[in-house]
Design a protein around this ligand. Structure first.
Ligand SMILES: *Cc1c(COP(=O)(O)O)cnc(C)c1O
Length: 420
C-alpha cells in the first residue's frame, strides 16, 4: 500500500490534509493534480535531518515537478536546485533559489544555455562529456568567467530499476566512463575558464535498494582519492538522486540509512556532499484526481473510463508504472475488478488492468496515488485535452497553483500563415 499520510480518509471520504477532495473537485473541475505542502516540507526535512552531521547541499531535482509553488516551498526551506535546462534555471531563480545553490546537469547543454548559466553564476556544471567541457571553457573564456565543474562519472553499476530510468551502466548515454575519468580531469585542469571542483554521480531513478548506491559511492571514493593524489582540489561530491518511493509494495530504505551509506563511503574525504532528490520529495506528496465518465461492461472485463488520460499522467503507459487507484468516497465497501482507462485514442491509455476498486458509478471521483513526481511535468495536450490544473493544499487551505488553460488559449497559440 502506498503511504500517503497527508491524503487520509475521514468518514470514508478522502482528504488532502484538512480539505475534502470533493470540495476541490467542485470548484476546480476534474482532472486535477493535488499536492500536500506539508508532505513536501516533511520529505525535505527528513533529508536535512538524515544529513545533519554532514556539510550538505540539497538540490531538489526540479524536473520531477517544477511548479513555482513547489519550488518556492522548497526554496524557503533552504533547498537548492538540480536543473537540466535554461528554463529550469529560470524557474529556480524565479522561486528565489540563489544561483550559488544551482547545479546544472544534462547531456546536451547548448551554447546559449551555458552562457545563461555562467551569467547567473551557478554553483556547478555537472559535465557529461569532453565536447561539452570544451564548449563551456570557450564560452567562459569569452565572457571572462570561471565555470566550476564536476564530471558526471558513470560508475558502471546496475541500479536494478526500470531500463528507461537506469543511467549508471556503461551502455547508458550519461556521463564519463569511470575508466576515463582521470584523463578527463587532467584535460579539464589545463583548460582556461574551468575550475575543477567536484565529482558527480547519478545512477538512476526509483532505486529500492541501497546496494547499488553503496557500490557507486565506493567507486567514487576511490576515484576522488586518486584525483586528489593527481593534484586536483576536489571539494564537492554530488551523489545524485534516485531514492525510490512506495508506489505499490516496494519497501524503501529510510533516508537515514541512505545518508549513513553516503557518510560511511565518502565522509572521510572532507568534501561537501550535494544530493539531488526529485521523486522522493514529491512523488508521494501528490495525487491525480479524476472523475469516472462511464462504467463500461466489455465481453470479458469491466472498464472504468476516467476523464484523466495518458496525456495527464504518462507513467503507466511509458514505464509500465504501478499507481494505486482509490475511490475518493469509500462509503460503499464492496469491491469490483476493473480495467482503469483514460479517454485518449490509444490502447496504451490504461492506468491499471484487473484492479480491485470500490464499486464505482459514472460521476464518482477516483484518486490516482503517488503522482506528485513526473506527473504534471510530463503532461501534454495530446487529443487537444487541456493540461490538468494543479492545486496545493496546506492544512485547511488550498489554492490553484496552475490553472486549466481555456480552449482559446490553446487554439490561439497556433498561427495560420496567410498562404495556407
Ligand atoms: C532525474 C535526475 C535526478 C532526480 O532523480 P529522482 O529519481 O527523481 O530522485 C537527479 N539527478 C539527475 C542528474 C537527474 O537526471
Amino acid at each position: 500500500m502506498t503511504i500517503q499520510n497527508h491524503f487520509p480518509y475521514v468518514n470514508n471520504k478522502m482528504f488532502a490534509e484538512n480539505v475534502a477532495l470533493h470540495d476541490i473537485a467542485e470548484q476546480v473541475g476534474t482532472p486535477f493534480y493535488c499536492y500536500s505542502n506539508t508532505a513536501i516540507a516533511e520529505n525535505f526535512q527528513h533529508y536535512q535531518q538524515a544529513f545533519s552531521d554532514q556539510e550538505v547541499l540539497i538540490c531538489y531535482a526540479i524536473k520531477a515537478n517544477s511548479n513555482q509553488a513547489v519550488l518556492t516551498t522548497l526554496a524557503k526551506l533552504g533547498s537548492g536546485a538540480d536543473v537540466v535546462s535554461e528554463g529550469e534555471i529560470r524557474r529556480a531563480r524565479a522561486a528565489g533559489i540563489s544561483a550559488a545553490k544551482i547545479v546544472y546537469s544534462g547531456v546536451a547543454k547548448s551554447a546559449s544555455e551555458i552562457e545563461y548559466a555562467l551569467s547567473e553564476g551557478i554553483f556547478q556544471f555537472n559535465v557529461e562529456s569532453e565536447p561539452e567541457l570544451k564548449l563551456i571553457s570557450q564560452i567562459a573564456t569569452r565572457l571572462e568567467k570561471v565555470a566550476a565543474i564536476a564530471f558526471r562519472i558513470n560508475p558502471d553499476v546496475c541500479a536494478n530499476t526500470h531500463e528507461k530510468i537506469s543511467t549508471g551502466k556503461a551502455e547508458n548515454k550519461f556521463g564519463v566512463p569511470i575508466s576515463q575519468a582521470k584523463i578527463a580531469y587532467r584535460r579539464a585542469a589545463e583548460l582556461p575558464g574551468i575550475k575543477v571542483q567536484g565529482v558527480d554521480v547519478h545512477i538512476g531513478s526509483q532505486l529500492t535498494e541501497l546496494a547499488p548506491f553503496e557500490e557507486a559511492y565506493k567507486r567514487i571514493a576511490q576515484l576522488v582519492t586518486e584525483l586528489k593524489e593527481d593534484g586536483h582540489d576536489i571539494q564537492v561530491i554530488d551523489i545524485g538522486g534516485g531514492l525510490g518511493i512506495t508506489y505499490d509494495n516496494e519497501v524503501i530504505p529510510p533516508k537515514t540509512h541512505y545518508a549513513a551509506i553516503a557518510k560511511t563511503q565518502l565522509g572521510h574525504l572532507n568534501c561537501k556532499i550535494v544530493i539531488e532528490p526529485g521523486r522522493s520529495l514529491l512523488g508521494n506528496a501528490g495525487i491525480l484526481v479524476s472523475r469516472v465518465v462511464f462504467v463500461k461492461t466489455g465481453e470479458e472485463r469491466q472498464f472504468l473510463i476516467l476523464d484523466a488520460g495518458m496525456n495527464d499522467l504518462v507513467r503507466p503507459s511509458m514505464y509500465e508504472a504501478h499507481h494505486e487507484i482509490l475511490a475518493v468516497n469509500k462509503a460503499n465497501a464492496a469491491m469490483k475488478t476493473y480495467d482503469v482507462v483514460g479517454p485518449v485514442c490509444e490502447t496504451g491509455d490504461t492506468f491499471a488492468k484487473a484492479r480491485s476498486v470500490n464499486i464505482c458509478q459514472s460521476g464518482d471521483l477516483i484518486a490516482i496515488m503517488s503522482s506528485g513526481a513526473y506527473g504534471a511535468v510530463m503532461a501534454s495536450t495530446y487529443n487537444t485535452r487541456m493540461l490538468a490544473p494543479e492545486v496545493m493544499v496546506k492544512d485547511n487551505e488550498y489554492a490553484i497553483i496552475r490553472h486549466r488553460p481555456s480552449y482559446e488559449e490553446v487554439i490561439n497559440a497556433d498561427a495560420v500563415p496567410n498562404w495556407v
